[in-house]
Each structure stands twice: as C-alpha cells, then as structure tokens.
Design a protein around this ligand. Structure first.
Ligand SMILES: NC(=O)c1ccc[n+]([C@@H]2O[C@H](COP(=O)([O-])OP(=O)(O)OC[C@H]3O[C@@H](n4cnc5c(N)ncnc54)[C@H](O)[C@@H]3O)[C@@H](O)[C@H]2O)c1
Length: 410
C-alpha cells in the first residue's frame, strides 16, 4: 500500500497525471462545514483512472455514523469502462495514513521516540497503526481528544491489534500531549488552531490532515521546511477558506497567516528531487490536503487484489466459469477487446466506434459479472405504504445558512 502511494507521488513529481482541485456541493442543513467532493484522477504510468465521490459530515459520529463516507469508481484506461464501484471510506483512511507515513519516514528524526496524536477518531486510529509500523523507534505515544472516551477506546484497540509494547499515555490537554513529542500527527476536525509555536520544539516533525487548521500562524510559519502534497490544491483550499469561521465565531482559514513558503511537495521528496530532513534541529511541517491520484492508485490496487482472491477462490472451488484470467490493464492489448469497441477514439481519429452491443460486452471479461436484468428497486428499498409527500418536505425546506464552508480536505 505504501508502495502504491509512493508510485502515485513519483507520478505527481513527474507530472504524468491528471487531477483537479476538488469541486463539490455543500448540503449545510446539519452543519455549515458539510461537503461532498468529486475527485477524478488519471495516472499515466500506473494505467489507472477513476473518481472518488466523498462526503465529510463532522456531526455524524454522535449519531453513530462515520464522518467520512463515499464511493469510488475504477475505470479502464483503454476503454473508459467502469471496472468496479467500491466503498471509499475505509480506503480514504488507508490512503490518508499512508500518505502521512510516506512523508513521516523521510522527515522524522531517525531517533524520534515520542509521538503525539491529537484527534483519536477514525483517521487517528489509522495514523497510529501506520506510523507505529513505519517509525519503529517510537516508544511512547501521547493521545489527546476532546471527545470523552475516544482516547481510551483507541488505546485499547492499539494494544489489542497493533501489538505495541511501548507506553500509551492519555493526556488531558493538547499541551500535555505535545510535551517532548518529536513527531506530531493531527487528525482533528480542524476547527481549532491548537498548536502554539512554543509547543513545537526544534527537531520535531508534524503532519496534519485537517489542512493547516490545527496550527496557529506562529507555529505554522516558524517551520524550517513546509511541505504540501500539491501546491494548486493548497492554494485553492486557502482561497475558499478565507472568511470562514469556526463554531465559536473565530477566523478559521486553511492556513493561518497564509501559506508559508513551500519547501517541496511530497512527490518531489519521494522522487529525490528535494531534500527531506537535513539536520536534527529542523522543524518540519507537512500538510497533505488529499490527492485523488493516491485514492485511485489504491483503488486499482484493491481491485487487483480482489480479483486475485476471487480467482484463487474460484480455482479452489473448481469453478472455471468465474475464474477467467484477467490481464492487468497495462498488459491488455487493443486486439483483446471485443471487435466493436476496439477502434481508437481516444487518439483523435475522429471515427467513433459503433455502440458496443450490450450482449457482446456482457460476455466479455469486463461485463461478465454484471447482472443483465435491472434490479427491481421497489423490492430492494420499498417505500412505506402510507408514505406521503408531506413526509419528504422537511428535507427540502430545511434552511440553508450561507457562509464560507469548511470544505475540509479528504
Ligand atoms: N487530508 C486528507 O487527505 C484527509 C482525508 C480524510 C479526512 N481528512 C480530515 O481528517 C479529519 C478527521 O477525520 P476522521 O474521519 O478521523 O473524523 P472523526 O470524526 O472520526 O475524528 C475526528 C476526531 O477529532 C477529535 N477532535 C475534534 N477537535 C479536536 C481538538 N480540538 N483536539 C483534539 N481532538 C479533536 C474529535 O473528537 C474526533 O474524535 C477531518 O477533518 C477530515 O476532513 C483529511
């Protein structure tokens, strides 16, 4: 997984990708910060493309629902055909923690033994798992969250599943958590500038996934090296966050005091074009806003793994019907495509192939798992018999507060 993210980072550095600053909608009925983003991406060298459609609704967790949810589509790069639709909530957790880890293992001091984790929700758990794996010198973790029970919950899970034998220290303030930390990971909801300059000691590495929102201007701008995943993304998020307020009415821009001078992108460091840590005293901060190319790379990796497992299972069951060999996208040749989809309209020949007859597509390796008859939605999701239009109305008449939204990054 870290390898797939590193490959995406190298492609970012090489410029062999297509990606756009996230566009989105903001259904602000329950919270002005709610968002759903469309994140398409194409990676040329990896031969992967697709779209993530992901929402962040920070008021969900008290309802027993996840903050971040969504789906992801993987498309075939030669035909455009959707190959898979998958959940992207778990994948986003893996991708975000993997990105933080890829940069942490290059920028944290090799002897860093203390980690502070602020925000012990879903992403906090993922980050703890990945960072402990990648930074084996860590012996003490200080945990802090404003939500009662979150720290104890995560500590228990970490002992159980990570096999971490070091110390896990619950802290009752952010300041206590940061004391002595050489690595700081922030996974909060980003509506509070927590980290003050004097709490971020020389030699520390900090990675924040809530934009730069967890840092005060002083802390952010004292960094010797400031790193982002993508400069246009950082600039876009800074621009749309100007004028944004948090729940207490305080200014809450993506980067307090503006975006500090960028030393490098993560991709350029992974590709060896820019240095990571040059000495033990540097303060380094990395803010990955969240790149679709990483999601799409991991989505295709997941699809490849699922196919391998499915094929192994089918072989085990002695069922050749479901076990057709599927070439990996880069190995697939145009000649392998069904005749009626093989003419190339992506290279501007101007000749569009006739619409592939559904039957031939269904019988091809790409279509064979698709049901031919459309589902009966009324059976799958029946409406209550006494449903009236009036019951649906509150959904549409809910008042919308127009104010700058915290289009948090995912
Ligand atoms: N950069 C990216 O690529 C990326 C990807 C996914 C999610 N995110 C962002 O990461 C954040 C966390 O996502 P999640 O799915 O873990 O949400 P979550 O709701 O599961 O967890 C957030 C946790 O932060 C805690 N918290 C809030 N304010 C805090 C504060 N001031 N101090 C300490 N703890 C605080 C909350 O109590 C909660 O436990 C969100 O802001 C989300 O938008 C970023």
């Amino acid at each position: 997984m870290l390898g797939a993210v590193e490959q995406a980072m190298r492609e970012h550095s090489a410029g062999s990708y297509e990606m756009h600053p996230k566009i989105g909608v903001h259904p602000t009925g329950t919270d002005p910060d709610n968002f759903i983003h469309a994140m398409p991406a194409y990676l040329k060298q990896l031969g992967a493309c697709g779209l993530k459609w992901v929402g962040g609704f920070a008021k969900n967790p008290p309802l027993g629902l996840p903050n971040v949810t969504g789906i992801q589509i993987c498309n075939d790069v030669d035909t455009g055909i959707p190959l898979a639709v998958m959940d992207c909530a778990y994948l986003t957790g893996l991708r975000t923690a993997a990105v933080s880890t890829v940069i942490a293992r290059r920028c944290a001091r090799a002897d860093a033994s203390e980690l502070a984790l602020l925000g012990c929700g879903f992403q906090g758990g993922m980050h703890l798992r990945f960072l402990l794996h990648a930074l084996p010198a860590i012996q003490r973790v200080r945990l802090y969250d404003v939500r009662p029970g979150a720290v104890a919950d995560l500590a228990a899970r970490c002992r159980e599943s990570n096999g971490f034998t070091g110390e896990l220290l619950p802290c009752d303030s952010a300041r206590a958590a940061l004391e002595g930390a050489q690595v700081i990971s922030t996974c909060t909801n980003g509506d509070e500038q927590i980290i003050r300059p004097e709490w971020f000691q020389a030699g520390t590495f900090g990675v924040g996934i809530e934009g730069g929102c967890a840092y005060t201007a002083g802390a952010l701008h004292q960094a010797d090296k400031f790193i982002v995943d993508d400069i246009p993304l950082a600039e876009y998020f800074q621009k749309i966050s100007l004028g944004r307020k948090n729940d207490r009415g305080e200014d809450n821009p993506e980067f307090a005091g503006g975006i500090p001078p960028v030393h490098s992108t993560i991709g350029d460091i992974v590709a060896g074009k820019k240095s990571a840590r040059d000495n033990d005293a540097e303060r380094i901060i990395a803010i990955p806003i969240g790149m679709a190319i990483c999601d799409i790379a991991l989505g295709h990796l997941t699809l490849a793994r699922a196919r391998e497992k499915g094929d192994r299972y089918a072989r085990h069951q002695g069922n050749p019907q479901t076990s057709h060999p599927r070439p990996r996208p880069r190995e697939r040749r145009r000649a392998d495509l069904p005749a009626d989809v093989s003419s190339d309209h992506s290279r501007g020949t101007g000749i569009r192939a006739p619409q592939a007859p559904l039957d031939s597509w269904m019988n091809s390796p790409w279509g064979s798992t698709v049901k031919t008859s459309p589902p009966d939605w009324s059976e799958i999701n029946p409406l209550p018999k006494d449903f009236t239009r009036a019951e649906s109305e509150p959904i549409f008449t809910r008042s919308i507060r127009f104010r700058a939204c915290k289009t948090a990054s995912v």
